[in-house]
Design a protein around this ligand. Structure first.
Ligand code: ARG
Length: 588
């Protein structure tokens, strides 16, 4: 469907032309003074320069030409040359009625669907998920859903960190703890045990211990390094341990992501790229892109137009160990071979921006990726605690994601029990849904690149700009609908009718903007726009609800139209919520 803005622009373009001016000046935006107008066009200001006339004269001439159009309730030229517009209630109601029947509320899905890789999650095997991984999961899941809703073919990949130093650290520490395991006996010729030599809780103890040791004990660090290298070179006993680590760790990761209602099409990792790393390096050398620098192999990626220094991309260290960039590049080689993506979106901590600038440039320079393929880095900021520093446990340690979710759920459950509106058998499910909404909306209501403060009290509040508040509005609407159904047997199939009050019109106006919001959120890879929109829609509904006694309305025709309007509101809110990966409970 064409957006309202486009329809107004079309009408104004014709008016500009009739008045003797170029159509291109018919640019329309939402009014920044909602008290004065709903939409505005500032084109007369720009036209004035070209035609050497006063802007107000041009605006007035255009208004004269446009004023017969039934879509406008009010159209006027104001000094120094703005055109202010209000829609006619009839036109608006018909438009809302049309989008009510349209697929995805009038969304213009992709004409040429792209294949899009969304690389997010980025969990590191054998390390518990911590809050740093939360943002990638939450933002990435939403990006994935938005792309898919737009009709694109989306492949999400968790791209686990499963090939780096942490593996060597674990192997080395395991050898300290259990030196008699067959993996550490060079003469062992039998089959390695099927059973892992550790449980998940042991593993979670092994890694931090090893990591600490490596920082304090150089010899230990050196051994861990060697073990990593040996693993990467395919040393069978270490490969066997590696497989155990994966087998123990992945189910635990899955459980955590399931709890967040976050999922991936592919559970691949850096290790999967390993077979393509050497050929990639050879290719880079053959093309004359990679050269030696201090014993390492690098690719220059600086460009003349750079305003800051972009250092060369390191593709092989002097000891031959695989590097982060090499594994990302090799992964791209594989993705090209397998999926031919039109677009890549990486959702990773913004501190890794330089890494991705380098990787993207090498990909294009080496012709691994076509010049027209979009490579987007969506870097996110830090999640801070109330004290302004990075989010920590009360003891000052790194907060595990599980505990963070538990804290939120505890706060939510307490609130739900206080309010006493949720039947006992729904409390668990409701707590989960509301807790997730608190976390996800709390994150996604901020622009991804910004740091934000994780505030349990604020995020779990049922009022204000929060996820639970949005859910609450939907629950409220559903409860009105249920009562109507109880009284009249079924919901009416009444059309949206011309608004009779400012709040009713306000709600209709916001409803018309869902499609454009999603299109923008996709085009700009900006899920926070969905949250912004939900907040506006919830506000508009609340305004309408407070002013109209929907169930007490005496005029049955008006009441039916009200029901259609709020039902549409709930459906749009539902769709928006699903784009950020949350849903409303039955009761709240
Ligand atoms: N495992 C990495 C980390 O924890 C994040 C991976 C991001 N994705 C990528 N393709 N490099 O820092």
């Amino acid at each position: 469907m064409k957006s309202i803005i486009e329809l107004i622009a079309d009408a104004l373009a014709a008016a500009f032309e009739k008045a003797g001016y170029d159509r291109k000046f018919a640019m329309v935006t939402l009014s920044n003074r909602p008290d004065l107008a709903e939409y505005q066009c500032n084109g007369a200001m720009a036209a004035a320069k070209q035609y050497h006339k006063k802007p107000i004269d041009i605006a007035s001439a255009v208004v004269t030409e446009a004023s017969g159009n039934a879509m406008f309730g009010e159209i006027g030229a104001v000094m120094p040359g703005f055109i202010n517009i209000r829609l006619s209630a009839r036109f608006l109601a018909d438009y809302v009625e049309e989008l009510r029947g349209a697929d995805k509320f009038g969304l213009n899905t992709a004409e040429n669907p792209e294949t899009i890789i969304v690389d997010f999650g980025g969990a590191n095997v054998a390390k518990p998920l911590h809050v740093g991984h939360l943002r990638s999961a939450v933002i990435g899941e939403s990006v994935k859903r938005i792309c898919r809703y737009m009709g694109h073919h989306v492949i999400s990949d968790i791209h686990m960190g499963d090939w780096g130093l942490q593996m060597g650290l674990i192997i080395t520490e395991l050898q300290v703890r259990k030196p008699d395991l067959p993996y550490f006996d060079p003469d062992f010729r039998g089959e390695y045990p099927k059973e892992a030599p550790f449980t998940i809780s042991e593993l979670e103890d092994i890694y931090p211990t090893a990591s600490k040791k490596a920082k304090e004990d150089e010899a230990f660090a050196e051994r861990a390094h060697e073990a990593t290298l040996k693993l990467q070179q395919g040393y069978a006993p270490y490969r066997a341990i590696w497989k155990h680590i994966m087998a123990v760790s992945i189910p635990d990761l899955r459980k955590n992501y399931d709890n967040l209602n976050v999922s991936f099409d592919l559970w691949r990792g850096e290790s999967d790229a390993a077979p393509d790393m050497e050929p990639l390096i050879e290719d880079l050398e053959k093309k004359g892109l990679a050269h030696e620098s201090d014993g390492a192999l690098v690719v220059d990626v600086a460009e003349e137009t750079d305003t800051r220094k972009i250092p060369p991309c390191l593709v092989r260290k002097s000891d031959g160990a695989a590097l982060y960039a090499t594994s990302d590049l090799a992964t791209i080689v594989q993705r090209e071979r397998e999926f031919h993506p039109d677009r890549y979106i990486y959702v990773v901590d913004k501190r890794q921006e330089m890494h991705f600038i380098q990787v993207f440039r090498v990909s294009k320079k080496a012709g691994i990726v076509k010049p027209e393929t979009k490579m987007i880095f969506l870097g996110f900021g830090t999640m801070n605690g109330k004290d302004g520093g990075p989010f920590k446990t009360r003891e000052g340690g790194v907060m595990r994601l599980e505990y963070l979710i538990r804290d939120i759920d505890d706060a939510v459950e307490k609130k739900i029990r206080e309010k006493n509106k949720v039947p006992e058998n729904e409390i668990e499910d409701t707590t989960k849904k509301v807790g997730l909404a608190a976390i996800k909306y709390g994150d996604l209501s901020n622009q991804a690149t910004k740091d934000y403060v994780f505030d349990v009290d604020r995020f779990t509040s049922f009022e204000g700009n929060t996820g639970p508040h949005i859910q609450y509005m939907v629950v409220r609407i559903r409860s009105i609908l249920a009562k109507y159904r109880e009284q009249f047997g079924s919901l009416p199939e009444a059309a949206i009718r011309p608004a009779e009050s400012a709040t009713e019109k306000g709600l209709q106006l916001v409803l018309t903007r869902f499609a454009q919001t999603v299109e923008n959120a996709f085009a700009e890879t900006a899920p926070h726009k969905i949250c912004q929109y939900m907040a506006e829609l919830a506000d508009a509904f609340n305004g309408f609800y407070l002013e109209n006694n929907i169930l007490g309305e005496k005029d049955p025709e008006r009441q039916k139209a009200f029901i259609s309007l709020i039902r549409l509101t709930a459906d749009v809110l539902d769709a928006a919520m699903s784009l950020i990966g949350i849903e409303a409970p039955e009761h709240m």
